[in-house]
Design a protein around this ligand. Structure first.
Ligand SMILES: [Zn+2]
Length: 123
């Protein structure tokens, strides 16, 4: 086997490029049946429109979703982008996912579209 065989390397190289909606689809929001808007506290549940702020630091490979907003509170664009952090505001709907081993149902992000994006090099 060659050293580039992903099954023989400790840290497999990336196998492709995914879009932000592909990466964030299925991101867990909560195990509770509803989740409050980060600004006004409105409860959002399955099927509701939801917006989220997501970010990824330059030294991290994963995107983190930090805040969820209802339709009325969602920012339309990035107000103050941070240098060295890729940031996005995405919109979609709340769906559900069930992980089989822990048998836990969770609210998750679905039907995602990017509303605004700030690359790593923008501040
Ligand atoms: Zn709100």
């Amino acid at each position: 086997m060659s050293s580039s065989d992903p099954s023989t390397t400790a840290r497999a190289p990336p196998l492709g490029i995914a879009t932000l909606p592909q990466l964030l689809t299925g991101t867990a929001i909560s195990e509770d049946p509803t989740y409050p808007c980060s600004i006004c506290g409105t409860s959002m549940g399955v099927g509701d429109v939801v917006f989220a702020y997501a970010s990824r630091r330059q030294d991290c490979s994963r995107w983190l979703v930090r805040r969820f907003y209802c339709w009325g509170c969602a920012p339309t664009r990035m107000i103050s982008p941070s240098l060295g952090v890729a940031e996005a505001i995405v919109g979609g709907r709340i769906g559900t996912r069930t992980d089989p081993t822990p048998r836990v149902s969770q609210l998750c992000l679905t039907e995602i579209a990017v509303r605004d994006f700030s690359p790593l090099e923008e501040s």
